[in-house]
Design a protein. Structure first.
Length: 506
């Protein structure tokens, strides 16, 4: 009898329930959306009950649509959005909407921490900078602005941890999501007593830390009725989405590296020790695989920049695509393919939403530089893909200082573009490997984590049964030579304009 693994990926826009067979085959998936409320300029919140409803709906729909028996699901596991703050009472009831990763309101709390510990010292404890993105700063904001909520708070949770509680009645978080709380001792995999004391937070309000493979409990009778799962089904914690994607992309041993090209983009490798950058441009995550870390650099706007280009400039391509039943990106990519490496001198800075790695500059702006009267439409289009890739290449070179990276897997929606994949290979000067499934890495990572947790799989090497390689792009030596001086120019352009961007933001 076939056994299945159910993986839930709780993202920013919705929950994707994905079912895998024990031998690693994708059986089916169902997405249930939910809303985000953006307000006050930098605030972003979600209703945790929407997460639960999405899990219930997607689970029932998936079981019904695939006509399987709930009892054939061997384990449920999770991938979830990180760096959030959901305050719940002793009974697991949300006390206020969840403050999600995109929320930047906790600037005063960042300053409070920085008055007690330097950025560099903080970075070497947590593996991350002290910013308003992380959970502890958000919980401090609740304490300072909604003290009655803070006092009632029994635990603060991330998205997947709340769903695990709803399914099992138990409060836990894993090391990767704990890392996203910003008060985590990365080297010792425990809450940092020093940072909790500096933040002035009650440590009892933080959930118990466990490995991602930990069986958090079993589906209760009440949860079974709500979701359609069988009562008693084991529930494995899983991990934060950025780290489960590492497993799903096969980055499970030192040096194994991947690039995710989504709305944002990142490069992540695996190492036995954290990789600390002198300028703190990259970060480190606790890996789901025991004994490993996931050094990473994430930029704000990657596929998002290409989508912006489509929506603002490519009206002709949108029209042609609609008439002919194709994607606008097909017409955009056709023009990019005809344009030479280097975009005939046009450089694009992809900082449409400020920038995280490698700039860490909220004031940074997007810019086209080097435009001349002879430039054509294809030059503009290609420069956007090249600009995003050059920004990623700076992250890659930081990681290469300690890790020998000659090839990487590429995933995400942007990886559908063959021309972009070749640009990656040429600018990175690395072999780019393309799997058959581009947008299921988080779910696959969660599934494997669940399978390891309940003993279906011996270890994480089973991910190789899930990943099939579709194609490989090797660097074009001529293009590599063209890009080398342009990468330096790209970097120079940012630093020349850095003060201008700051003045524009005032």
């Amino acid at each position: 009898m076939t056994k299945y693994i159910l993986a839930h990926d709780l993202g920013t826009s919705g929950n994707k329930a994905t079912l895998f067979s024990e031998d690693g085959k994708l059986v089916g998936s169902y997405v249930s959306p939910y809303d985000t409320r953006y307000f006050n300029g930098t605030w972003a919140e979600q209703d945790a009950e929407d997460w639960w409803n999405a899990v219930c709906i997607s689970t029932k729909k998936l079981i019904r649509n695939l006509n399987i028996e709930a009892s054939d699901i061997a384990v449920v596991s999770f991938s979830g959005q990180m760096m959030g703050c959901l305050c719940v009472d002793r009974n697991g009831n949300p006390l206020r909407p969840a403050i999600i990763w995109a929320d930047q309101r906790a600037q005063k709390q960042v300053a409070q921490i920085e008055s007690r510990i330097s950025q560099k010292d903080y970075y070497h404890i947590v593996g991350h900078r002290n910013t308003a993105s992380y959970g502890i700063q958000k919980l401090m904001w609740v304490r300072d602005n909604q003290p009655e909520i803070y006092e009632q708070t029994y635990k603060t949770l991330n998205a997947k941890d709340f769903i695990v509680y709803r399914l099992t009645g138990n409060f836990y978080t894993d090391y990767s999501d704990g890392n996203s709380n910003g008060c985590f001792d990365l080297k010792n995999l425990k809450w940092s007593e020093e940072l909790i004391e500096i933040a002035g937070i009650d440590p009892e309000k933080l959930p118990e830390l466990k490995p991602s493979t930990f069986v958090a409990g079993k589906v209760t009778k009440q949860a079974a009725e709500a979701t359609g799962l069988a009562e008693g089904t084991p529930v494995v914690l899983g991990g934060g989405d950025g780290v489960t994607a590492s497993v799903g992309a096969g980055s499970i041993e030192p040096g194994k590296t991947y690039c995710c090209l989504g709305t944002s983009a990142w490069i992540t490798t695996a190492s036995e020790t954290p990789i600390f950058d002198e300028d703190m441009r990259t970060v480190n995550w606790a890996h789901i695989v025991p004994g490993l870390y996931a050094p990473n650099g994430t930029m704000q706007t990657a596929g998002g920049a290409f989508s912006w280009l489509k929506n603002t400039i490519c009206h002709y391509e949108i029209h042609e695509a609609k008439v002919n039943g194709k994607s606008p990106y097909e017409y955009m990519n056709a023009q990019i393919e005809k344009t030479p490496a280097g975009s005939n001198g046009v450089i694009f800075l992809p900082y449409l939403l400020g920038e995280r790695a490698p700039r860490w500059d909220a004031n940074a702006k997007g810019a086209f530089i080097g435009l001349k009267s002879e430039n054509q439409r294809g030059d503009i289009l290609r420069s956007v893909l090249e600009g995003v890739t050059m920004n990623l290449s700076i992250i890659l070179e930081i990681l290469r200082k300690q890790v020998d990276i000659k090839e990487m897997l590429v995933i995400g929606g942007g990886a559908k573009s063959e021309v972009w994949r070749q640009i990656l290979a040429d600018i990175f000067n690395a072999k780019v490997i393309v799997p058959n499934v581009l947008e299921e890495a988080g779910s696959m990572g969660a599934a494997v984590t669940g399978g390891v947790g309940v003993g279906l799989y011996k270890d994480f090497n089973v991910i190789n049964n899930f990943i099939e390689i579709n194609s490989v792009h090797t660097p074009n030596p001529e293009a590599v030579a063209v890009y080398e001086p342009i990468k330096e120019l790209f970097d120079n352009c940012y630093f020349v304009l850095k003060d201008v961007f700051a003045k524009m933001s005032k």
